[in-house]
Design a protein around this ligand. Sequence first.
Ligand code: ADP
Ligand code: MG
Length: 774
Amino acid sequence: MSAHSSEVKVFVRTRPTACFAQDLIEYLPDKQTVNVRHRRESRKGVVNNQMSSWSFKLDGVMHNMSQEEVYQSVAHSVVLRALEGYNGTIMCFGQTGAGKTYTMTGATESYQQRGIIPRALQEVFYEVEQRVDHTFSVFLSFLEIYNETLVDLLASIKRGRAVQGGALTIVEDPGGGVSVKGLTLHPVHNEEEAFNLLFEGEMNRIIGEHALNKNSSRSHCIFTIHIESRSRTLSDEPYVTSKLNLVDLAGSERLSKTGSEGQVQREALYINRSLSFLEQAIIALTDLRREHVPFRQSKLTHSLKDSLGGNCNTVLVANIYGEAAQIEETLSTLRFATRMKCVRTQPSINEHIDPALQVRRLQKEIQLLKQELSLHDTLANRAVVPNESLSDRQVDEIKSQVQRYLAGTLDEITIVSIRQIQEMFTQFKKAVQEQEQKVKEQLSQKYSLVEKSENSIQSSTAAAAKEPVGAVGAVGAVGEVESGFGLGLAAPSQKHTQASSLNKSKGKKIKENSRKDVAQTSGPAEGVTVNQRETDALTPNCEPEDLEAPPVDQEEHKKKIDSPPCKFEAFEDFKLGRGSEINRILKENKGVLLERMDQLHKLTQAINSCKRDIDHMSSELQLCREQRQSQGQFVGEKGEPVLEEAELILLVGLREKKDQYRQSYEELLSTKAEVRYCQHLVDQCRIRLLTEFESWYNESFLLPEEVQTIFSEGGPIRPGLIPVDKALNLEADEQEQFQRLRTELLAEGPSAVSFYNAHNRTVQRRQQANSSQS
Ligand code: ADP
Ligand code: MG
């Protein structure tokens, strides 16, 4: 199913207050813009930012809005899309007491003031009843993340089925989604059953809350509605599933402001850390150059992975106070909200096909296609071609045809069937691979290659230590195997012997025809210049700075500096640790490459100087000849022409120089080839070092150890859930209040009845549980 990109929708909601800071917070008539002014004196004289006013553009400002209006703006469309198979996430973020729980759950004792979750449940069941052509299954789960510990808030209700047993852990599905292993999923068939579970979970949460802090919830809560829908009419249509996450985040206030200590301080530390990880994840998500998003740094970001960067319709409600005293928190909440607005998600329908159904459908299709094919054969007067797989004998026959075709003894191969063509390609591929292997072997023989696999690196290192390059006198070229690269030491090189024997035979020819030779000064002896481009190509990119750091641009490095570990330092560590072996080989290879290049340079100089000598001697010889011609030719006793001694010395000297020139020229060519080959290996070593570093870095960065230890240190144990007396007293009060409200508000409609029924039942359950304990 194709996905379209969509931005996270962000709303701001102010908690109603009698002293709204009109001079500091301004809502523009477009209902999307909030301007905040911040008086400097409120920062106790510390001025750390020149700006004193900010403007935030969001998707909507909800000021003095009822719960129903909030639901319609924020959640209505996400809920409808969830019924079509799109995942949805609605999150409330903000300072403690700013109204997150009020927005998400609402007041459980008042139907009118119920929040997004009860309204979403009502809408889901209303739609389920309307959409008669589909069957729906609805399941609920309620997860709490308290001090980095996952808690199943519905574990007390026995009916649910766990997503695999065992301790609660976040697992990633192959499709990129996340789920919590061990969390119970409770089937629900109507809104009253759903309210029952919501209130039960809230009650468990509230009791924890009262045991710790009377005013606020200290945990993140994720209430999830899981929906599955199948068509009643089309049996082989894919079925769709979706998850609607309704997230009430813990308060984002600063430690210094609350002045909290002990247990509460430790909680605040966990909350701050997980919220700052949430912010880091969001910053990474909005930076398109970042490949890695650190979702696994905290349970919160990990469990919201598919809601933040996945295929989800995501909405954030930023809850703020409208009061001057809270203006700094308001600012930081609005900054978080605008950052979140830049995150893009790819909403797409979660379609699934029943595998058994899929197999049946494909079998049917194959049958139809076979029939169609034989129909075509019949119409084209062709013998019916078998479509079954080829036998071994047929494969052998095709192989032999391909070999004969390549050898030229077979002109063409007659095409019979698709399977035959496919087999032919397979055989061609094998032939090419064999050929490549042969060429590689030949090359390695020619360049005295010494193979160095990763396992044999040590032994060859030892060998290298015994026979230093200089001592042997001839460095064999280069050994390269897929798993490792190394420059090997060859037995004394063959090429000198080859070159000298070549020159010897050439020398013979020179002797035979010295005159011709003299006339040939414009032959190969043209002087050698190593052309600039070639030199550039051959120069190893091995300046120290190039090799000491991975290709991270400085700018990017600066940006990443706050997300450990620093890549430059990590690369240094890597070269000393896991990458030390490949780094050592790289250095060795560079050493040999530089030595070869030095040799190339010296050869070039020697050849050029030789050429100058040849030119000089040739012109002198020419002078001698001209003189001889003007003065007349000397002849011997028998009348044979005789050369003067000076001319003879020049002639012999010139011949020797030319020999030397040819020899050096041969050597130059072969050194050039070696340099090219060495360069190639150095490049490959470098690439390999960097790629291994990258993957090592990514692995280590994905699961930074310090994060694991932070969360295991001291064990974030959830304190005892049930301080019995407090719970009993509270619930007795509440029950009395509900009974009163129930009679007063029955007029609110049938849904209100199930809302109150569910609430009362939860209270009763709690009382029964408490009395059986005492
Ligand atoms: P949070 O969950 O952010 O810590 P709460 O939702 O618990 O905050 O809100 C704190 C108090 O403020 C509650 O008593 C709640 O009823 C009240 N409150 C918050 N927002 C509103 C609102 N929009 N209208 C009425 N009361 C609100
Ligand atoms: Mg709350």
